[in-house]
Design a protein around this ligand. Structure first.
Ligand SMILES: [Zn+2]
Length: 234
């Protein structure tokens, strides 16, 4: 079931009150249209009836797609700095829903799910796209690290992120974009040859140390390598 609840917002343009139905959980098996909306960057868009301004509610929902094997805790961009704490909360929620603390039938479903945590719309959209393209998200994060090391100047800063946003059919490559997380405003695009993905995939030993840092927990995102001490080694 996909669950919605009413929320009261204030229009950022004219400050009129706006009520919308906010989603608490998305079941993409039953509502494939909601998955399409995320991929099309229009999910949870709302238009102010007073002034016509449209804006978007930040994500805060659980996403389930058993067909594609995805469970995602999609959180607002503003919570990124609390990723360790939220990762623990997401893990606990998954455990009671589909993991170790769930009924047997739910655990069966859960065994086929990859659990992820994302912050902001571009990140959750990217996880859906990566799965759709048949890619492994850890390797996509490694591609980003390679890009950071390879290009001369990067607009990397807090609130700005690098996301896989599309494929480039002409060049058989992947389109990455620098964008502002909260506003989803694009700053710069670049096309990266598909060979880069294959090269990383084909060199697991060379990338093993980085994989281990990315693959701890459910927040699989190279941003965590740039924020604080991270999770202490066990
Ligand atoms: Zn308005």
């Amino acid at each position: 079931m996909s669950l919605f609840h009413p929320v009261n917002l204030v229009c950022p343009q004219c400050e009129a009150p706006v009520t919308m139905m906010a989603v608490g959980s998305v079941n993409a098996d039953r509502r494939p249209d909601l998955r399409d909306d995320i991929l099309e960057d229009r999910f949870q868009d709302v238009t102010c009836e007073a002034c016509g301004e449209s804006f978007r509610l930040q994500p805060q929902f659980n996403y389930l797609d058993t067909g594609r094997g995805q469970w995602i805790a999609a959180m607002p961009a503003s919570r990124l700095r609390d990723h360790l704490e939220i990762e623990d909360e997401a893990a606990a929620l998954f455990d009671t829903s589909y993991g170790a603390n769930a009924p047997a039938a739910a655990r069966d479903v859960g065994s086929g799910l990859a659990v992820r945590l994302t912050f902001g719309w571009p990140a959750v959209r990217e996880k859906l796209l990566v799965k759709q393209l048949g890619l492994e998200d850890v390797i996509v994060e490694m591609m980003k690290l390679h890009i950071l090391r390879s290009v001369e100047s990067v607009p990397m800063a807090e609130g700005i992120e690098l996301r896989l946003v599309n494929t480039d059919e002409d060049s058989d490559g992947y389109v990455f974009a620098w964008l502002e997380t909260a506003s989803e405003k694009y700053i710069e695009y670049m096309t990266v040859p598909a060979e880069l993905y294959k090269a990383i995939e084909g060199n697991p030993e060379g990338w093993n140390a980085i994989r281990k840092r990315l693959d701890t927990g459910h927040f699989v995102d190279m941003q965590k390598l740039y924020m604080g001490e991270g999770r202490p080694a066990e």
